[in-house]
Design a protein around this ligand. Sequence first.
Ligand code: SAH
Ligand code: AVI
Length: 332
Amino acid sequence: MAALARTRRPVHEDAEHEAFVSDVVGGLMSTPKRIPPKYFYDETGSQLFDRITELPEYYPTRCEMRILQAHATDIAKLIPKGAALVEFGSGSNRKARILLKAAPALAGYVPVDICGEMLEQEAEELRPDFPHLKVLPVAADFTQSFELPREAKAAPARVGFFPGSTIGNFEPHEAAAFLRRAGKILGPGARLIIGADLIKPAEVLNAAYNDKAGITARFNLNLLARINRELGGNFNLGGFEHHAFYNRERNRVEMHLASLRRQKVKVAGESIDFRAGETIHTENSYKYSIEKLGALARGAGWRPLGAWTDARHYFSIQAFELTDEPPVRAAG
Ligand code: SAH
Ligand code: AVI
């Protein structure tokens, strides 16, 4: 009995596993085949993403860090005294560190991430550098509602931070739903600071998602390795290839895994057929204009407070405050 209890997953992990099975099997049985990008981020995927951020071709991280450093004082003025900073998709925390230094009156920091391993490790590293700050990590999926820790709810206000252009990995209607949900989670008086990648020449975008060292390809293919490990899949990683390209009509970079031949793959006991050249669509990375993101946020109940960009207009940081009016509901 004791041995059985040790090998069983806790109830919330059972639910996460069931969702992973149904999203992957459902997605692979759809036409076109697709898998949500949130499943990239197991421990290996998170480490590969960190390597992507260091690549010469992947400009977004460097651009955003520079904008944050250059405008930290102005951005920090928008953070109320005693507030809690809630970072959605915190990863390595390194951008939050810039805000935490610039806004010493922050009382708490709530990094939220789907990758529990990375979350705990990064929180441990942050605590000694900010001894007066309450660091309250939350392992959660921000595509759904979740509870903030009691101490963060008790703070006089909460400021959301959503850097990295992770908002671009949503479809625009999902981004609007996220913004409405963030308003509910953060509550009255909330502010929100978003980092969003901007529309730019296709060559720059194509290079950023097709790095010469092949790290983005490994990040993409790791999804299949994760499915093999966690869902009893038998993907042959050599039978698939990383495809990424800028789709100009839709202002998004698309990532796919293309089957190099006709093949059959088993996942969670289901058999999936691939035609030669057929792809699994694994990620969209939408590129915005400041106006377009502003309009999306307004429709979701947020009023623009300011926007900052770099000299080349490659990336933007935009700040919003929650309005009292109920957000405009999407039709349907
Ligand atoms: N904020 C960091 C990391 C961005 S990468 C930066 O700007 O560099 C995207 C991060 O969001 C990863 O850490 C990933 O684990 C997390 N993430 C992706 N989808 C998520 C989801 N649905 N819920 C919670 N975290 C998610
Ligand atoms: C996390 N997200 C915003 C990254 C992006 O650029 O869309 C993930 C990524 N995919 C490929 N490279 C980086």
